[in-house]
Ligand binder design. Structure first.
Ligand code: ZN
Length: 291
């Protein structure tokens, strides 16, 4: 079972895909509710699974409809930096001894096939395939990584797009300036419930630019695995249901010097085993939503 949202930006409607690939409309069943914090906290995933199993949902065609991000706008997008040793090395630093945390503005979250805007004045826009973790229940001073495991709603593909000069040279000492540009967090195509991903540390994750391979790694190479990250983060802040954690990217980004940065007209493709594939075209920022 996979959860997805269909429709234009800001008007997405919830849907579910069964294991045979059939899509079902969830709007009548959820009566205006979305895949947000109260949905996850209120056992919404279990209710959807039950309704699906009982044949109570109406089939739906995706043809021609936009696929949105698989969750409603989160209250926070929390990112982990340099969580793969080889990526830390290609970034010119040694692997961190404690998780590096930074924030991304929640308004960066867009659909998995939406255009991505190269920011005005940018020459170092970069891709980052990452395992996205969606929080299912409030996390506050958790006692252990195994307690954290019970509070995860699900997983999805996340692209933590970065403007490297702004992240590193114009940063003023932290990274968010190069991480918060509009459209900088494509998410999806769908959310896979945590119960269907028993081992999040055994997923192959890959990216391509214009069809050429870039990143090809596995979540087994994370320095701080998912459950430990959630446990550690909960000692520093409260994680709310529906929040998104981007868990770091493996080696193979343009920052390494091995590949050119992104430009208008390029196409990014990202895939994580069991979690699907997303693809975005790069466009000039001035052509997106100009007024
Ligand atoms: Zn990242």
């Amino acid at each position: 079972m996979r959860l997805l949202r269909l429709g234009e930006q800001g008007q997405e409607s919830p849907a579910v895909i069964d294991d045979a690939g059939q899509v079902y409309d969830l709007a009548p069943f959820l009566r205006g509710r979305d895949f947000d914090g109260s949905f996850f906290e209120g056992d919404g995933i279990d209710q959807v699974r039950e309704a699906l199993g009982q044949g109570r949902l109406q089939a739906l065609s995706v043809d021609g409809r936009r696929i949105g991000a698989p969750i409603a706008r989160p209250s926070a997008v929390i990112c982990i930096g340099q969580n793969y040793a080889a990526h830390a090395t290609e970034s010119g630093t040694s692997p961190p001894e404690a998780p590096i945390m930074f924030f991304k503005h929640p308004n960066t979250v867009v659909g998995p096939f939406d255009d991505v805007a190269v920011p005005l004045g940018s020459s170092t826009t970069d891709w980052e395939v990452e395992l996205g973790v969606v929080i299912g229940r409030r996390c506050r001073y958790l006692s252990s990584p195994s307690a954290a495991a019970l509070r995860i709603a699900g997983y999805c593909v996340s692209n933590d797009i970065s403007e490297r000069n702004w992240q590193l040279q114009k940063s003023g000492g932290q990274w968010s300036k190069g991480k918060c540009c509009e459209t900088f967090n494509p998410l999806g195509p769908w959310l896979v419930p945590a119960s269907e991903v028993p081992d999040p540390q055994n997923l192959r994750l890959r990216s391509w630019v214009n069809g050429e391979a870039r990143q090809d790694s596995t979540t087994a190479d994370m320095i701080f695995p998912v459950f430990e990250l959630v446990w550690q983060l909960s000692q520093f802040l409260v994680l709310d249901p529906g929040d998104l954690i981007n868990t770091g990217t493996p080696q193979g980004v343009a920052l390494s010097g091995r590949f050119p940065y992104l430009a208008n007209g390029d196409v990014m493709t990202l895939e994580i085993e069991k979690l699907g594939r997303q693809e975005q075209h790069l466009v000039s920022a001035s052509l997106v939503d100009s007024d």
